[in-house]
Structures are given as C-alpha cells and as structure tokens.
Design a protein. Structure first.
Length: 629
C-alpha cells in the first residue's frame, strides 16, 4: 500500500519537476551563449580586454591562441588550462586589481597619487612591526624561524642600500654593444619577507638602466602572509614598470617562472629569486653576451648575502657550476685549462651548469628550446635540466664575472623546500630524459629515485620528443666535451654497492660534504639508500662520493678518504686489491688488510696484517641489479 501511495505522491509532483528542469535548461543555454554573444558584440577588442570577472573556457582558448601567435607554442603545453588565465584589464577597480580566473592582475602605476594607504608605513614602507632587541634571543620574532634568515636585521637596512664596488677594475672599462636588447626581470615569490622582496625589486629598479629594463614581473605564488596582499599591491602600484601577477594555486618556482615568461615582452628574460640585491652594472654584461649570440644562457656571479648579518660577501675567484651523479648542484673552481683558454679574469666562464637563482636567457630562445620542463613541480633541479638541455641542444652556459648579484642564502630552508619526493621526481625526469644509459649511475646512488621511478614511471615522452626535434646530442657528448672532469663510475657487478663488513654487520660510510676530503672512513648501520655506495674500479681505486670524487687512502694506518690523485700522479697509496674469495681488501703498498676496529666510541677502518677474521671480511652489496647488457 505504502509503496503505491508514495508513487502517486511523486507522480503528482511530476509537472513541477518538469517545469524546474525546463527552467534550468533554459538558464543553462542562456549562460552558455552569453560569452558567444559577447564575442560577436566586440570583435575588434583585444583578447585581454574582454569579459571582466568571468573566468571561463572562452578566454583560455584565446589566451592559447595568443601564446601561439607570439611564437610561444611550446609554452602552451606548459600550463594546464586552469592556470592559463592572466588578464590585464582596462576596467580598473579602486584597488586596481581585477580578479580573473585564477589570477589577479595589478596594473602598475595605477595607484591614486596622494591617496593615503590604509597601512601605516615605516621607513621601509613596511607596516611597522620592528623589533629591535637582540635577534639571537627571539628567533621567532626576528624571522629566523619563519624565513630562515634574520628578518629583524633586514628590516633595519635600507631598501635602497648601495653595495660596495667589488668588480674587477677591468670590468669598469668594458665596452658594451651600443644597442642592447631589453630585459624583463621575473621574480617569483612565496611567503617572502617584505624587506627582502622589496629590496630585490628596488635594487633592480635602482641599478638597471631605464632604457634596458622593459619591466619587472612579480609572480605571487600563493603567498599566505598578510603583508604580501593589499599592502604589496598598493606599494607596487606606485612603482613604474612593475607588474604583479597573483596565482591562487601553488605553481612553484618552475610554474611561476613559466607564467611570468609568458607575460613578458622584453627581448631577454631574467629570472631572479626574490631575495637578491643587484650590484651596479650587473645587467649590461648579461644583455651584451646574449646580444652577441642568442643561444647563450648567462648568469651573474652570485655573491653571498649573509643570512644573519646581511653583510655582502663577494667571491674573488670565479667559480663554475657543476653537478654530481645524484644530480645535486655544486660550485667548484674553474679548471686551469679553462682559465688559460680565456685569459682575462673578467672573461666569461663556461659552466657545465648554472645555479637557479639568477639567469638570463633570450625570450624566444627560451621558448624554442622548451622553456622549463612543465612536468616538474615546485622547484629543484629545474636549473640542471635547463643546463643539460642548453648544452646538448646547441647552446652554451656562461657565468659573467663582471655581472654580480648578491643572493641571500638561507641557513636552512625548510619552509620553502618542497618535500624530498618532489625533488626526487624532478630528478627522475632529468635522468629519464637526458642521461641515456648513464641514468643507472644516478639510480645506484639514489635508491629513493630508483624505487619511485619503478613505482610510477614518469611520462617524459614529450621531452624526449623535444630532444629529437631539436636534434640534441647525447649525454656521452656532454661528459666528453662539457664536463670531462666528472668521473664516470664503472660500477662493475660484484665490485660496487655498499661496502659491508661481515664482522660488525655495518657498512663503510663517510659523512661528506662535496669538497671535504681528509677525514677517516667510518662504519655505520647500512642505510640502503644509496648514500653509502662505493665502487672498486679497474684502476684499483675504491671510490666514494656523489661525484665519485673521493678515494680510499691511508694516514697512519687508518683508512681515510682523499681527493683521487692516481690519474694525475701515479702512486700506490690509493690502490687496493679486493680479494673476492676471502673477502679481504689489501692495501697494495703495505700489503696489509682493512679491518673494522673499535677506536674509542666509534668504529674505524685500520690496516692490520691480513688474517681470515670476520672483521676483515668485506663484500660489496649491490642494492640494484640492472640489466646492463
Ligand atoms: C605520455 O604522454 C604522451 C604525450 O603527452 C601521451 O601521448 C602518452 O599517451 C602518454 N603515455 C602514457 C603511458 O601515459
């Protein structure tokens, strides 16, 4: 009974339901047609001047067309559809920012002159909250906890401070091309401190010649802090030539820079971190080198701004950027042969890799060689990917000693570090796209990468196709011609992996920094993460380190690591004989064997007369077995 009743009840309502459906349908049609009508009404309007406040599909398509018209077609793939909208609008509101889809665009110079801003500004233009007592005691307030540097000190320093002249005297007499290309400086930021961000912007405005600086484009990568909202918009609106793009979705440095690049109109893109200070005359050398050859990607010398005192330290000897087999970036002195080849102290330095902090690249060249890999997220190794790609695909990288920019190195960066997995995934993309069979060397030193790569193989199809389209060379060429100093591990089966000691159950280990040789080898619990990877090669060295740059050596019967010297200056101190059958490792010069010995609180490796004890029994534990033909 009840069943039937219920049905009757529903049937009674059917006409109503039908009516609502019809109404809904009608509304839907009207809303969908509206943009179309809009299009017919104003056919002559420029693409970006339309449709205020209506993020919709229509604009996305148009934005794409625009990108293609500008010859930026590789870029269109860089954005997911919902990331594509940035629309400068003529319809200014009082606050001068117009919400458009995912972005708010603030036009420069549109702040009403003489209008008092709501925030109270101190000397530095920052809403006043200076804290002048000792920063050591009060780390939270001073920004140590928040930003990884001393914000209180930064706030007391002028936004327009002059840096000391640190350029080589020869730089002051350099002649530059009369007609240099113009630059768009792109600065992405995420929760940057007010003073450091503003000092970055002002230092660009104060140092770059007006006729060479097309614009400064700020990309707010979803900052949450209050001062970066209205106060920043208002501040920026009073600066000439500075644009602000806001994203309401986290893009990361890579996505943010791509977005800024798509909006830039200068001949040259200058990507800059949001905590830099430009030295006088920094821009001209960069533009001049690119004017001479648009396939040069160039970087200034990055001087150090101390995170604690904000003092400016300049580096004296030019360094170059390199990377190791874990795809981590390092600085190292320029090799002698490079110095000889280039003569002058102010000549450009060829660099296997560029740091990510500040770099300049011709805008169309950047797009043509595939911008940044849009498959990467947040940040990390995007500079390595770009570096390898530029070299392999016909360009070059240089660091220019006459161009200097100070860079604030955070003493720790947990707040801005993407989680480790993100970086590892980006590394996997570099390995899979560019390293050819050399990628196995990388995986053996980074187990996380190996496991993640196995579990979810990244799709690098597009990047590999790009490489083919551009006719790029292979990684072997890079190793032979661009970075011949990078040691190529042999990683022979049975002679590489963790060096396991049977007696203690521990593995040989060395807590290492890139250039820090000279300490004893330790024994630690086996980590299985690739950090303890050792390799016994055909030159009878036992190599260690992410670049294979360290060798087992001996000092007073104790095994230490040193820089490998065998190839340059033959001697036997770094030569060993691995006896697979007995598990012994003998020092060739002294004919003694490596034994795990307790010394004080720790375990060390010492030379002892060879005997069949377990503490002299070693074997290489290969973590990954690959099919290597
Ligand atoms: C990888 O990406 C390409 C192009 O983006 C696509 O055609 C292909 O189907 C993808 N492959 C896989 C396995 O997802």
């Amino acid at each position: 009974m009840t069943f039937r009743k219920r049905w009757r009840f529903k049937l009674c309502r059917l006409p109503f339901l039908f009516f609502w459906l019809l109404l809904g349908f009608f509304v839907m049609i009207v809303t969908h047609l509206d943009p179309l009508f809009g299009e017919f009404k104003e056919p002559a309007a420029a693409w970006h001047e339309r449709v205020v406040g209506q993020p919709d599909f229509e604009e996305i398509l148009e934005a794409r067309d625009q990108l293609e018209m500008d010859g930026l077609s590789p870029l269109k793939k860089s954005f997911k559809e919902d990331q594509l909208i940035i629309v400068p609008s003529k319809f200014k509101r009082k606050t001068n920012d117009v919400k458009k889809g995912n972005y708010k665009f603030v036009k420069p110079g549109s702040g009403k002159k003489g209008e008092k801003s709501t925030a109270v500004h101190g000397d530095l233009g920052k809403p006043v909250n200076l804290k002048l007592d000792g920063f050591e005691k009060d780390t939270e307030e001073s920004g140590l906890g928040k930003h990884g540097f001393n914000e209180a000190v930064s706030e007391r320093i002028s936004l327009h401070r002059r840096l000391p002249e640190v350029r080589h005297p020869l730089c002051l007499h350099q002649q530059y091309n009369r007609k240099l290309p113009t630059a768009s400086v792109i600065i992405c930021f995420h929760n940057e401190a007010w003073s450091t961000l503003l000092r970055t912007i002002h230092s660009v405005l104060d140092t770059a010649p007006k006729n060479l600086l097309k614009e400064v484009i700020l990309v707010d990568d979803l900052s949450q802090q209050g001062h970066l909202k209205t106060a920043l918009s208002e501040y920026i609106s009073r600066l000439d030539g500075v644009k602000l793009i806001r994203s309401n979705k986290r893009l990361g440095v890579i996505g943010g820079r791509l977005l800024g690049a798509a909006r830039a109109s200068g001949d040259v893109l200058v990507f800059m971190d949001s905590h830099c200070e430009c030295h006088k005359g920094w821009l001209e050398p960069l533009l001049d080198r690119i004017a001479g050859d648009r396939s040069r990607v160039v970087s200034p010398v990055l001087d150090v701004i101390d995170w604690k005192t904000f003092q400016y330290y300049h580096s004296v000897d030019p360094q170059r950027g390199v990377f190791d087999w874990k795809l981590d970036f390092h600085w190292e002195p320029v090799p002698k042969y490079e110095k000889k080849q280039h003569g002058s102290l102010v000549s450009p330095v060829r660099s296997p890799a560029l740091p990510g902090g500040v770099l300049a690249v011709e805008r169309h060249y950047f797009q043509n060689i595939g911008a940044y890999d849009p498959g990467m997220s947040i940040w990390g190794v995007e500079n390595m990917e770009l570096s390898i790609r530029v070299w392999l695909c016909g360009g070059s990288l240089e660091i220019l000693p006459c161009s200097r920019v100070g860079h604030l190195y955070h003493h720790r960066v947990p707040y801005s570090l993407p989680d480790e997995e993100t970086v590892v995934k980006n590394k996997i993309r570099v390995a899979e796209t560019w390293l050819d069979s050399f990628k196995n060397i990388f995986y053996k030193r980074d187990m996380a990468a190996y496991l993640i790569g196995k579990a979810e193989a990244p799709n690098c199809t597009e990047r590999v196709q790009l490489s083919r389209r551009l006719g790029c060379k292979n990684f072997h060429w890079f190793l032979s011609n661009i970075h011949p100093e990078l040691y190529i591990p042999e990683d022979r089966r049975g002679f590489s992996g963790e060096l396991y000691n049977v007696g203690t159950g521990y593995c040989a280990d060395y807590k290492t920094r890139w250039g820090a040789a000279g300490d004893p080898v330790q024994l630690s619990p086996c980590s299985g993460n690739g950090n303890q990877h050792h390799e016994y090669n055909s030159m009878k060295e036992i190599r260690f380190g992410s670049g294979g740059q360290f060798c087992f050596d001996v000092r007073q019967e104790q095994v230490i690591v040193s820089e490998c010297t065998l190839q340059e200056q033959p001697h036997f101190r770094q030569q060993w004989e691995v006896r697979q059958q007995s598990g012994g490792i003998a020092h060739i010069l002294t004919a003694k064997c490596i034994e795990a010995v307790k010394s004080g609180a720790s375990l060390g490796l010492f030379l002892r007369p060879c005997s069949p004890v377990a503490s002299q029994h070693w074997h290489f534990e290969q973590l990954i077995v690959m099919n290597e033909g």
